[in-house]
Design a protein around this ligand. Sequence first.
Ligand code: HEM
Length: 141
Amino acid sequence: MDADGADGHGTTTLGDYSIRQGADLMVAPYVLHRNPTIFPEPERFDPERFTAEREKELPRYAYIPFGAGPRVCIGNSFAMMEAQLIIATVAQRFRLRLAADQRVEMNAQITLSPLDGLRMVVEERARNSQRQPHLTAELAY
Ligand code: HEM
């Protein structure tokens, strides 16, 4: 992002900050999405944060996983639909748990990914109460 000099002297202000013309600015979604004043207990898994009602209360641009503005991701709706279909299809038949010895650490590149992969134990859900669930496979990311 490139700052425009808005005051005729080559500086502009953003919140409490004075920014000189030509300065490079970076938006860090990782930090933005963990702002506790907007997302209380940001590290807690809380899917209810994203109900339609709660999402309406979020300030504009507080949550930007697909970016924003003229270069916003064009795959946004497709990616959300694909993820929901895959999760619903898989979760109907299988239960996934983290493999016992799997540590989860972040690999921060342009996108975040698990540093040592993500090995999961896949267990088929019992289709009726008589049948015991059985282990199907161990999958690696
Ligand atoms: C969970 C999945 C995805 C995430 C989190 C994601 C995220 C992003 C982000 C953050 C940007 C940059 C936006 C910006 O510069 O402000 C972007 C751009 C883009 N994404 Fe995605 N994306 C996803 C899936 C997809 C899919 C499935 C497609 C295509 C089918 C796609 C196509 C694009 C394209 C073409 C751009 C460049 C748009 C431009 O510069 O004009 N993305 N995406």
